[in-house]
Design a protein around this ligand. Structure first.
Ligand code: S3P
Length: 450
């Protein structure tokens, strides 16, 4: 079992560049695999999750050519050549690893194919509800079979001819919205998804980028089928959800400053900037470019943080940042309340229970609620040995908490970090030791040749 040790932070790098955005990397690989022709994806996130998506598209007939690898991180530039939206039936079940995004979005694509595909994943993925995609896809004419009431993986996706539909999302989920819209590309006519609250819109932006006609009217997103994406190169910005860890580390360190370079600034993802501003940190960003997805540099200056309330329509915009924002709450003056976030209970682990458990082990008073938690800020954090429940964001959030604790904080089971942030440990070393010399360069994951 891999462990990670964290202790008081020693220095703060002037600038840092985080790896590519996970949501955009997954979607780029999928669209590229559905397009006729070659798409070059630059800034790709070579995490275990996104590599599962690339391997899945390979199994479905796309050709993948590695173009550039970064030591200790992995494949950051690749070319994917698709044969069009009629995919090839895979010869074996597809491994989705730990990745809910791979599984749910693939279900949407596979619903429109005239073959059956088996999808499976690790024990955490196998507990996550897939009924939320199985139900709407069944209404469109596909059948997703899974285990138990929640329709968990392993899944069998029986694709076929799809009918368009009008679907009101029962939960605010970009994955479900995307699965239905992707299926809509294969249906004859207009498929509409209505969102209760706005969720990340990377699928819609990539629709435009890959030449797919779509429409937004208020809270409804529609796509017209059948349509096939046209190959077009993608530049993936850095992942704001990965930048979040360093943003909080610096925001809670009076006098400190960091520039995080080339981060995605899509407004459906930048909620953390507003939360940190409310908490009293100085956060500015400069937009450099907007080629479909806005990107720029974020500057954070540290100070004394104050408690805040995080809830309502803001939740989908900060959903992946809530574990590290809970840590920020523990470091702030006053009681921070996270509410309306019951979705956290069905992530890679139950993130409400996991955060509350670990904060308590560090000496913080936390009241768990069905839809969130109340965190008593200002306690002196104590170093502890903490589980991360196989969840990458819990592991990284508590590596940051350890920087503010007395003594050493040991996080157990940290191999899961590679699902979203290859190279995290090296970046952590910059804060803990001022350099990365102490740690050997990790071996990276590769995609098998075709
Ligand atoms: C994602 C959407 C969110 C998020 C996940 C990535 C996406 O999940 O938590 O990490 O890429 O669409 P939900 O759609 O389940 O809220």
């Amino acid at each position: 079992m891999a462990i990670l040790k964290s202790r008081k932070l020693k220095s703060i790098p002037a600038e840092i560049t985080v790896p590519g955005d996970k949501s955009i990397s997954h979607r780029s690989a999928m669209f590229a695999g559905l397009a006729k022709g070659t798409t070059i994806i630059d800034g790709f996130l070579p995490s275990e999750d996104c590599l599962c998506t690339v391997k899945a598209m390979q199994a479905l007939g796309a050709e993948v050519q590695p173009l550039e690898e970064v030591e200790g991180v992995g494949l950051v530039k690749l070319a994917i050549t698709g044969k069009g939206s009629k995919l090839q039936a895979p010869t074996h079940p597809i491994d989705c690893g730990n990745s809910g995004t791979t599984t749910r979005l693939l279900c949407g694509i596979l619903a429109g194919q005239n073959f059956t595909t088996e999808l499976f994943g690790d024990p955490s993925l196998s507990k996550r509800p897939m009924k939320r995609v199985a139900d709407p896809l069944a209404q469109m004419g596909a059948r997703v079979e899974g285990q138990g009431e929640k329709i968990c993986a392993p899944l069998k996706v029986h694709g076929g001819t799809l009918k368009p539909m009008y679907y009101k999302l029962p939960v605010a989920s970009a994955q479900v919205k995307s699965a239905v819209l992707l299926a809509g590309m294969f249906a004859q006519g207009k498929t509409t998804v209505v969102e209760p609250v706005a969720t990340r819109n990377h699928t819609e932006r990539l629709f435009s980028h890959f030449g797919i006609k779509w429409l937004r009217e208020d809270d409804a997103v529609s796509v017209y089928g059948p349509q096939e994406p046209q190959a077009r190169d993608v530049m993936v910005p850095g992942d704001i959800s990965s930048a979040a860890f360093w943003m909080v580390a610096v925001a809670a360190s009076p006098g400190a400053q960091i520039t995080i370079k080339n981060v995605g600034l899509n407004p459906t993802r930048t909620g953390i900037l507003n939360v940190l501003l409310r908490m009293g940190a100085q956060v500015t960003h400069s937009e450099l470019q907007s080629d479909g997805e806005p990107r720029g540099n974020i500057v954070v200056k540290g100070g004394e943080l104050n408690a805040t309330v995080i809830g309502g329509a803001e939740i989908p915009n900060v959903i992946d940042e809530l574990p590290i924002l809970a840590v920020a709450g523990a470091l702030a003056r006053g009681n921070t309340l996270i509410r309306d976030a019951e979705e956290l209970r069905v992530k890679e682990t139950d993130r409400i229970a996991a955060v509350a458990h670990n904060l308590r082990l560090m000496g913080v008073k936390v009241t768990e609620r069905p839809d969130g938690m109340e965190i008593e800020g200002g306690a002196k954090l104590q170093g502890a040995t903490l589980p991360c429940f196989g969840d990458h964001r819990i592991a990284m959030a508590f590596a940051i908490a350890g920087m503010f604790a007395e003594g050493t904080t040991t996080i157990e089971g940290t191999e899961c970090i590679s699902t979203s942030y290859p190279g995290f440990e090296h970046h952590l070393d910059l804060f803990l030791h001022g350099d990365t010399a102490a740690r050997p360069i990790p071996t990276i994951s590769r995609i098998p040749p075709h």
